[in-house]
Design a protein around this ligand. Structure first.
Ligand code: ZN
Length: 502
């Protein structure tokens, strides 16, 4: 058998193990009874080992070496060799014993974090956090880096991104956003959202979520919607991309925006061709690019006046009390800006500050300039600097996110990058698609989804994020698009535009 056929076979087996693992994990979050956890962990442990053995195998190494020299590969096949080759060598770089040790420590750290957050007891989590930082620093050394050990970790989430580049993105963004937020708060008029107070039946909210997903052209024949505590989207296999959502009785908007957010991720996965999946390049260009798709559907689309022009009657079909509410009022209420403690609840203007402060802390933990023990104090200082508020407890501060307990250092910047990519992609789309706003105002998302399919989705992980952005928009990531977007939108909503903003 030639190298390419052997390579495709190996990827096929890895793909099927991966698919089974994701199905088990989806079931674990949605349907599995609590007592099923022990047997489930054994099954997932065995399947992950099988997949991992193939990924780091000498057989795959030989195929990759041969294919790197081969002529006549298609563009997708060459992208696959680069992409899978990188995953192969990064995973081979870590001694297997260390991988096992870390995953055992991770399970304990995650349980300790959940208990510590509940009790708002940072000291109880500290020894676990120190351990996870230690592993991250060891992994960074094994992966290797040019400038900063954090760069080696960023690579898992945002290929090509570095500390230096992030600082160059963050500095001008912070310089624009800090005074803009102050101006909104001090001089602007916050929209009235009091009419949203009420109790909204969960079963009706669930039906409304399905409507929202239908509007954005999520394919229910190739997916489904389930309830969970922490919503996510999962690509089980081509033709099977599932979304999950959560509903809060007192908050009708959170279920809608949750559905739109996860639906944006799902559209990306549903738009990736099966051939890319078979060749292991179906995961999206990066976490940041994936997040750009969800944030665009949630914010640029879902929090626009055009969206509410057609969605207000849909909302009123499910909750008749909105029958006489103007779309403009819903649009404004969906765009309240207020400094808040919890990242996942943050509005578009303040969200990036939550990421900036986590990045400062993470980079310092990894290069050793920050001690884990000092985190609560550093966290509260940074909250004060960026948002002018200090959380009343560590549960609402340094303990709020799960990421550090599972050793995912380097993940947070993807959330900010997603916002920035979304604004830049959306600006390009508006230049290229005539009458985009009018189509959205009619509830017709075909032009929008068609553009995303053509320009973003169909490439999967074939290109790294910066290359993809250059191909689509003509230049690398530039936060000026995001700044222009929030200034125009929120300046108008808050009635505090100045000539210099336009
Ligand atoms: Zn997301």
């Amino acid at each position: 058998m030639d190298a390419l056929a052997k390579y495709r076979n190996l990827l096929g087996d890895m793909g099927r193990y991966g698919s089974a693992l994701r199905l088990l994990s989806w079931d674990q979050e949605t349907h599995m009874p609590p007592k099923g956890i022990e047997a489930r962990s054994e099954a997932t442990g065995m399947l992950s080992r099988k997949r991992f053995e193939l990924l780091v195998s000498d057989e795959l190494a030989r195929c990759l070496a041969e294919l790197r020299e081969a002529d006549g590969l298609s563009e997708v096949e060459r992208a696959s060799v680069r992409h899978v080759g990188k995953e192969h060598s990064r995973n081979r770089a870590i001694p297997p014993a260390l991988v096992e040790e870390k995953s055992a420590a991770e399970a304990q750290a995650q349980a300790a974090w959940a208990a510590a957050r509940k009790a708002s007891d940072f000291a109880a989590f500290l020894p676990h956090l120190e351990k996870m930082v230690g592993y991250a620093r060891q992994f960074a050394e094994y992966y290797g880096y040019d400038e900063h050990p954090y760069d080696a970790l960023l690579e898992d989430f945002e290929p090509g991104m570095t500390c230096r580049k992030l600082r160059a993105i963050i500095e001008p963004l912070r310089a624009e956003l800090v005074p803009f937020l102050k101006k909104l708060v001090d001089e602007g008029t916050a929209p009235d959202a009091s009419f949203l107070r009420g109790t909204y039946r969960v079963d009706e909210q669930r039906r409304l979520s399905r409507r929202a997903l239908e509007v954005i052209l999520y394919d229910f024949e190739a997916g489904g919607l389930a309830d969970v505590a922490h919503p996510f989207t999962i690509l089980i296999a081509p033709g099977d991309v599932r979304v999950t959502n959560r509903y809060v009785e007192s908050d009708v908007l959170s279920g809608i925006f949750g559905a739109l957010h996860e639906g944006g991720h799902a559209l990306y996965n549903q738009g990736i061709p099966a051939e890319l999946y078979r060749l292991g390049v179906a995961g999206g260009a990066s976490n940041g690019i994936h997040e750009s798709q969800s944030r665009m559907i949630e914010n640029q689309v879902g929090r626009s006046l055009e969206f509410w022009n057609f969605f207000q009657p849909v909302l009123a079909e499910h909750f008749p009390q909105f029958g006489r509410v103007a779309p403009q009022a819903l649009f404004a209420a969906a765009n309240l800006v207020a400094p808040s403690f919890i990242r996942v609840d943050a509005d578009e203007v303040t969200y990036n500050f939550h990421v900036m402060l986590r990045f400062e802390i993470e980079a310092g933990l990894i290069d050793g300039s920050i001690e884990a023990a000092d985190l609560p104090e550093l966290w509260n200082d940074a909250m004060k600097r960026y948002l002018g508020i200090v959380p009343p407890s560590d549960a609402q501060g340094v303990l709020q996110d799960v990421h550090w307990s599972v050793g995912a250092f380097g993940y947070f910047p993807s959330y900010m990058l997603g916002n920035l990519y979304a604004a830049q992609l959306y600006a390009t789309m508006r230049d290229q698609v005539p009458h985009l706003d009018a189509a959205i105002g009619r509830g017709d998302l075909k032009p929008l989804v068609g553009w995303l399919r053509e320009n973003v989705h169909r490439y999967g992980a074939m290109y790294e994020p910066q290359e993809l952005m250059e191909r689509i928009t003509g230049h690398e990531l530039d936060s000026a698009h995001f700044v222009r977007y929030v200034k125009e939108k929120y300046g108008a909503i808050y009635g505090c535009q100045t000539p210099s903003d336009s």
